[in-house]
Design a protein around this ligand. Structure first.
Ligand SMILES: Cc1ncc(COP(=O)(O)O)c(C=O)c1O
Length: 435
């Protein structure tokens, strides 16, 4: 065990939960051996606290680093902003430039507000939407952060059943008074959506969804959502925190034929520097003035500067095209190699955000074994791959070569007791997203 694991043991004693993000807990990958901390990262390479170098074929900053780590162009812009002070009594002019750029890229929107993380940007969007409609209930599908409006979905009528609907998202501390204000529907299940919107009809002010995640949205699903929300004067929010900027320049809704009332961006837009944006129709966005929505660090300069530089690079390098090609190579590689070794897996996700699941009695054991063996070969790997511009063909080739060898080992392990092949504990499963 390396210095990273030692530090993590200490962290767990003085930081509740060990880290600030569930998806960064070493237990989610390889409880006893995940390097846990980095000393530096560049492109798609990562160095741990012992100076060991890895190729990151997993989550690339949990989805934040589409251009790769420590991108030169973005860092240059950020360094200049630091030199000229990232904070001041006056405002950062880049904020206006970014608002204009986002509006130009999304012609249905006329106004923008900013925050510094995805979850808080979503909370702002829901606040504005509720202010605009005067109605409390939110229908949603997918994951949208940790805030009260969202976790309220996990407050059941019976306290003992709290936390059942979105497993793993504990709502303790969320006021019980919010029970019944956030109601989930299933992505691509038009009937489920129509049933709920009819059931709660006059009480619903907001519908929240990701434009795309694992599957493309069905046409009838999208058109039912848009026509019902229009008819009932409900605000439709699309959450582009993770899907945005990966398939095209801007929100994925642009290419899926969804015209929302509000769209929300987060980590995908600023290559690792904290940023969040809420864009929307003027009539609705102006309601932000009738509710107190204000925070000091939403005004600092690094976020908008990094976002402007990132979006410029997205455009200059046709980044999204490469993400799709790279992600496709990896997804096809998983499927081909699984077949070669007679392993049953299910591959899902849009090309830039792919993942696979072992179809087995012990999927978590096999997942842990995969991460364990890939780590030995110099890869940070799990059963998901978030493509970045920094991943080159040679990285993918080396990764698939290693995957070939590791799948062979897993196939062999599966014939006896795969647990015996693990050097430590089985990884945790985390929370399951509602489809
Ligand atoms: C779709 C979606 N919305 C919101 C969030 C929350 O963003 P953040 O972790 O920046 O608060 C995430 C994070 O993964 C996400 O995937």
């Amino acid at each position: 065990m390396g210095r990273g694991q030692d530090l993590y043991k200490k962290a767990k004693k003085i930081i509740p939960g060990g880290t600030q993000l569930l998806s960064k807990r070493p237990e989610m990958f390889l409880p006893d051996f995940w390097p846990a901390y980095y000393s530096k990262a560049k492109g798609c390479k990562v160095w741990d606290l012992d100076g060991k170098k890895y190729t990151d074929m997993s989550y690339m900053g949990i989805g934040a680093n589409i251009l790769g780590y420590a991108n030169e162009k973005v860092n240059q812009a950020v360094k200049k902003a630091i030199e000229q002070s990232n904070m001041c009594t006056l405002n950062a002019p880049e904020e206006v430039e970014l608002a204009q750029l986002l509006i130009n890229l999304h012609p249905w929107a006329q106004m923008a507000r900013f925050a510094r993380s995805g979850g808080e940007a979503m909370a702002i969007a829901v606040r504005i939407a509720r202010a605009a409609t005067g109605k409390d209930k939110v229908l949603f599908c997918g994951y949208h952060g940790w805030h009260d409006w969202y976790l309220a979905a996990n407050l059941a009528d019976n306290k003992a059943l709290d936390g059942q609907l979105l497993p793993g998202l504990e709502p303790k501390g969320v006021p019980r008074g919010l029970r019944g204000t956030a109601i989930p529907f299933i992505y691509n299940d038009t009937e489920c959506f129509l049933k709920l919107i009819k059931k709660y009809s006059d009480e619903v002010g907001v519908v929240v969804m990701e434009p795309i995640r694992n599957f493309k949205p069905n046409k009838d699903f999208i058109s039912a959502i848009r026509s019902e929300t229009r008819k009932r004067k409900i605000v439709l929010i699309v959450d582009e925190v993770t899907a945005g900027w990966r398939l095209n320049l801007g929100g994925a809704h642009l290419t899926l034929g969804i015209e929302p009332d509000i769209a929300v961006f987060g980590k995908g837009m600023s290559n690792g520097y904290p940023m969040g944006a809420i864009i929307g129709k003027a009539k609705i966005m102006n309601k932000a003035q009738e509710s107190f929505i204000s925070s000091t660090y939403w005004t600092e300069r690094i976020g908008p500067v990094a976002a402007l530089a990132t979006i410029k690079e997205f455009k200059r390098l046709s980044v999204q095209k490469k993400l799709i090609t790279t992600g496709k190579m990896v997804q096809e590689g998983w499927a081909r190699l699984a077949k070669k070794h007679s392993l049953e897996i299910k591959v899902e996700g849009i090309y830039p955000l792919g993942h696979f699941t072992f179809i087995s009695k012990e999927p978590l054991v096999l997942k842990t074994l995969f991460t364990q063996e890939m780590l030995k070969k110099g890869f940070l790997a799990s059963t998901a791959f978030y493509a970045s511009y920094a991943h080159n063909k040679s990285d993918v080739k080396r990764y698939l070569q290693a995957t070939d060898e590791v799948f062979e080992k897993i196939a062999k392990a599966q014939k006896s007791d795969p647990k015996k092949y693990l050097d430590g504990e089985i990884c945790h499963s985390g929370f399951a997203r509602l489809a």
